[in-house]
Every structure is written in C-alpha cells, then in structure tokens.
Design a protein around this ligand. Sequence first.
Ligand SMILES: Cc1cc2nc3c(=O)[nH]c(=O)nc-3n(C[C@H](O)[C@H](O)[C@H](O)COP(=O)(O)OP(=O)(O)OC[C@H]3O[C@@H](n4cnc5c(N)ncnc54)[C@H](O)[C@@H]3O)c2cc1C
Length: 287
Amino acid sequence: MQALKYARAASVDEAVKLLQEGGPTARVLAGGTDVIVMARERRRHIELFVDIKHIDELMQMTDGADGLRVGAGVPLYQIYGDANITKTYSALAEATHVIGGTAIQGRATIGGNLANASPAADSIPAQFVLGGVATIAGPSGRREVPVTEICTGPGQNILQPGEFIVSIFFPRPAAHSGSAWERFIPRNEMDIAVVNAAVALTLDGETVTAARFGLGAVAARTLFVESAAAAIVGKPLTDATIAAAAAAAREAATPIDDMRGSIKQRKHLAGVLTEHVLRKAAERARA
Ligand SMILES: Cc1cc2nc3c(=O)[nH]c(=O)nc-3n(C[C@H](O)[C@H](O)[C@H](O)COP(=O)(O)OP(=O)(O)OC[C@H]3O[C@@H](n4cnc5c(N)ncnc54)[C@H](O)[C@@H]3O)c2cc1C
C-alpha cells in the first residue's frame, strides 16, 4: 500500500475543493472496493482519498413518481433490497445483486462501478438501458450527462479535474415496460463477466414501442447497442424479431481473446444473453 492522505468531505462543495486542491493524484473514495485495491497494488499513483460517503445528499435514494435517484454513496445492497426498485428497475436490481458478494455490496456503489469504467462492469449495461443520467459536480457547478457518455475506454471517463458524480437518475419506465440483466461467468459467483447484457423495453400489445440494449465485456467500453433496438422497435415481438435483435448484438460485439473467453465465445454469448434478457424483460412488461 502506498502512503496517502485521507479527507472526509462533509459537502459536495468541500469534495470539489479537496479534489481540485489534490490535483491529478487525488481520488474519490466511495465504497473503495476498486480504488483501495488499485492503491494497494500501486496500479495508480494516489496521494489523497476524498471520502464522499459522509455527504448527506450522496447517501440518499429517492424513488418518486418521475423516477429513481441513487446518490453516489448509496451501497448496492440498498438498491436490490428495495422491493419497488426490484419490480420497476429490475435490470439494475439484478446487476447490483451479483456484484462481488455480501461484503462488497455493503460498501460498493453504482457511481464507483461507472466511474471505474471497466469494460466488464456489471451495473453499466443496466444503467444504460434504464436511461440513467449522472449529475456531476465540479468547479464550474453541476452538469447532467447521460451514463452512455461517461466511459471512454478501459479505466477512462469524461470527468474533469475536481469533478465527481453526485447521483444517477433513472426516469420511471412507461406503463407496460420491463427490463432484465444477465451475465455469463464460469463460476456461480464472485467472478468477472465473460459477457453481460441488459435490455429495457416497452410493449403496446405485442408490438415493441421502445427498446434499449446494453452489452458489457465485448468491447473497450460498455456498448449501447442501437442496432439491436432498430431490429425490433415498431415490430411485433416474435421469435424472428428476437433473433434479429440477438444477431445485431452479436454483430456489434468486438471482443478480445483473453483468459476469460475467446472472441468466438463472447460474440456467441452476446447473442444468447440478448435473447435471454429480451424474453425475460418482455414477460415483465406483459405483467
Ligand atoms: C472481491 C471483489 C469482487 C468484485 N466483483 C465485481 C463484480 O462481480 N462485478 C463488478 O462489476 N465489479 C466487481 N468488483 C469491482 C467493484 O466492487 C465495483 O466496480 C464497485 O461497484 C466499485 O464501487 P466503489 O464504490 O467501491 O468504487 P471505489 O473503489 O470507491 O471507486 C472506483 C473508482 O471510481 C472513482 N469513483 C468512485 N465514486 C465516484 C464518484 N461518485 N464520482 C467520480 N468518481 C468516483 C474512484 O476514484 C475510483 O477511481 C469487485 C471487486 C472486488 C474487490
């Protein structure tokens, strides 16, 4: 572990100030389940941790008529532990429920999962399909950015010096909507996704009126697969249109070979998981 300083921010403004003063070697500390490992293994040069878990606004989660706002300090277990969220924002509940294990879920956050920008991050496809918008605070005030635009590459994001994510907002899905998330891992738990996938869709009868697809671990960053939506929106949900969306997901995937899976296996899984989540989300939309 490298020697570093720790500062506990009590407000958003104080966190911005501390991050600005700390410069490029200052890091936000949310759950710490990624960043403490990085510091311990000296994978990043970090001189200051700015703890954001003592800022009231960041520890709030509100599920209102317009949507769900998750503060960037809220631990994962509170998300999937809420029955209304599990029902209405199923993809997010499913993803947060499998990240790490119980100990990790007691600390880790979806803001940390997003900012860390791992191509295999489990909550990011769910955040994409549920239309997440991040509120970012920084030296020039606040700005809103769709989560689809936050990650730019492995470990890279758009956050500027002094900026951090305050909360993520998910608009309430329209009536007759459903979402689902799945991943493939070789073990039953505590593993990094070979591929993960999520979808959110809205039905009018059996016609798909809206759909959003997310795929992880098949490119340098999580993919927002608009071609899969184009294959199915405005059409009836049939075996043929589901197969067309799955084929579009396979096509969009540009994975690498590594110790977890081959290109061929990952492209195949992108299609299989897309079909799975689509069928599951449709059942939920019908219910
Ligand atoms: C044993 C173990 C198992 C794991 N299993 C999984 C898994 O199954 N799936 C998975 O996806 N991940 C997994 N992870 C990785 C990690 O738990 C998740 O990525 C988690 O969501 C990170 O959240 P955190 O709050 O702990 O982030 P932190 O570690 O606090 O931060 C991660 C990075 O994001 C930055 N950051 C954090 N919050 C903010 C913010 N609000 N604004 C700006 N920047 C911020 C930090 O500075 C740091 O660079 C695992 C980790 C461990 C140790």
